[in-house]
Design a protein around this ligand. Structure first.
Ligand code: NDP
Length: 500
């Protein structure tokens, strides 16, 4: 148990691997220390899984996938397993949310009302998909007439063992986002959470066992990305990688996957614009722009990190966003008044600090923030930068911190060019009262999701993913079936003479 001032005691799950329904140690006995990002205190240990450990987990997932029990399980029964898991997360949501806050740093209210709620909803949403794996009947037009009649149908088959590699910004939610569609569509899974936030995934492992999910169907290996993650991607029995994280790692995964022609879905970084037109309702757009970047301390892939504002309202909007930023309370996620927690790690804090310092050297000016918070914990001040240009590093690279770069747009015709002047293409929001402008501009933005008069609204029924360097494939919605299944065509020749 870890005691927290102002917060309840939190039970830390044991540093073990979940392989074939059993908790076990890593073969080499190496461990990784886990730190509370708000206090920098050590709170636990994780196994640093080796390639041999990953192999054991993949072999278990493969055996289960091939087993008659798994192959013959009724789709509705796979859905019931996910529903059971949803009920168990619901039962333990407070405890899981405390663990997420301790491990990741985010405010408890966010852990409870966003992360846990998303995990529960995702399990329920995908449990319904388990019984919707339908193919189609196809009437053929054969090239030759051999007296037969040809018919064909397709069936959707699960891809096989899925490697789910998840980041640290929404740890439990991301783990569920990978395992739920995999199980719904009849795949089996090996999860590799981020070494920076694995604790709720391990606690989820306990609930997976309690839910009665067959052994080997969901395995969990903790460890370093370059070791355990790489071994998972490189394993020939893993047929698909479902990854969320940086574009840099996504590129490596794509290259490695080519060796065995693995299927991949890559949900990667972003540099999403929040576009505020001169006719916008600023009472909504200004808090909307702040809300697009600061929640989760900016560690959100769709964060509105570029604020593009029509020049006539630039000063009013930037002053308004900076005023909100200055009023945000930073601190321990267990303090109910705190709105922003720390960044995940000292590495991430240094990365954000360096990007902002370079931005300032390049000519950006902080309207507020612009530095680390002195004291314990990996806290960075909510920051609004002006004086930005599109060619600056800070305008081009994903910062993944509470930092927004505001740029004026002189005329409406420049908006599309500036918004699309990025190698990323994850999201964008447009703030305007003019429905014509909203839809015409939305159609010109090269990205996976466009929000109008809102930002960061995700829904399990809406496809999610990016264009360009923001990734490959889509999660959520009807698109998800393509990510975890493949069609198999069956073609048959019928003798029709009997009825001629
Ligand atoms: P990574 O992309 O490196 O990490 C994401 C996951 O991939 C983690 O589980 C990591 O493991 C794993 N991983 C790392 N290297 C490999 C590899 N070679 N093969 C397989 N898996 C691997 O992100 P970082 O944690 O390094 O964060 C860096 C930047 O990435 C952030 O500043 C942010 O810009 C971006 N990012 C974007 C996210 C998004 O939601 N789009 C989420 C997280 C980060 P481990 O953590 O153990 O190294």
């Amino acid at each position: 148990m870890i005691e927290r001032v102002g917060g309840p005691a939190v039970r830390i799950p044991a540093g073990k691997l979940l392989i074939n329904g059993q908790w076990c140690d890593g073969a080499e006995g190496r461990m990784i220390a886990v730190y509370d990002p708000a206090t920098e205190e050590k709170i636990g240990d994780l196994v640093a899984a080796s390639a041999a450990d990953v192999d054991r987990a993949v072999q278990a997932a493969h055996r289960t996938f091939e087993s008659t029990h798994w192959q013959k399980m009724r789709p509705l029964d796979r859905g019931r397993l996910l529903e059971k898991l949803a009920l168990l997360i619901e039962r333990d949501a407070e405890e899981l949310a405390r663990l997420e806050t301790l491990d990741n740093g985010k405010p408890f209210g966010v852990s409870r009302n966003v992360d846990m709620k998303f995990a529960i909803d995702a399990l329920r949403y995908y449990s319904g998909w388990s019984s919707k794996m339908a193919g189609e009947y196809i009437q053929l037009s054969p090239f030759f007439d051999d007296g037969g009649t040809y018919r064909a149908y397709t069936e959707r088959r699960p891809v096989g063992v899925v490697g789910g590699i998840t980041p640290w910004n929404f740890p439990l939610g991301q783990a569920v986002q990978k395992l739920a569609p995999a199980i719904a569509f009849g795949c089996t899974v090996v999860l590799k959470p981020s070494e920076d936030a694995s604790l709720t995934t391990l606690r989820l492992g306990e609930l997976i066992l309690e839910a009665g999910i067959p052994e080997g169907a969901i395995n969990i290996v903790t460890g370093y990305g370059y070791e355990a993650g790489q071994a998972l991607v490189d394993h020939p029995l893993v047929r698909k990688i479902a990854f969320t994280g940086s574009t840099f790692t996504g590129q490596k995964i794509l290259a490695t996957s080519a060796r065995h022609m693995k299927r991949v879905t890559l949900e990667l970084g972003g540099k999403s614009p929040t576009i505020i037109l001169a006719d916008a309702d600023l009472d909504r757009a200004i808090p909307g722009a702040a809300n697009a970047i600061f929640p989760n301390s900016g560690q959100v892939c769709t964060a509105g990190s570029r604020l593009l504002i029509e020049a006539s309202i630039f000063d009013e909007v930037t002053k308004g966003v900076a005023q909100i930023a200055r009023g945000l309370k930073l601190g321990s996620g267990f303090d109910p008044l705190v709105q922003l927690g720390p960044l995940i790690s000292s590495r991430q804090l240094n990365r954000v600090s360096e990007l902002v310092s370079t931005g300032i050297k390049d000519g950006a000016e902080p309207l507020c923030g612009g530095g680390q918070v002195v004291g314990k914990g990996y806290f960075y001040q909510p920051t609004v930068l002006t004086g930005g240009r599109s060619d600056m590093q800070i305008a081009r690279e994903e910062v993944f911190g509470p930092v927004v770069l505001a740029m004026p747009v002189q005329n409406a015709g420049d908006i599309k060019a500036l918004a699309n002047d990025t190698e990323y293409g994850l999201g964008a929001s447009i703030w305007t009262r003019d429905i014509n402008k909203a839809h015409l501009l939305a159609a010109q933005l090269d990205c996976g999701t466009v929000w109008i008069n809102t930002h960061n609204v995700l829904d399990l029924a809406m496809p999610f993913g990016g264009t360009k360097m923001s990734g490959l494939g889509r999660e959520f919605g009807t698109e998800v079936i393509h990510a975890y299944t493949e069609p198999r065509a069956v073609c048959m020749r019928l003798e029709t003479s009997a009825f001629d």
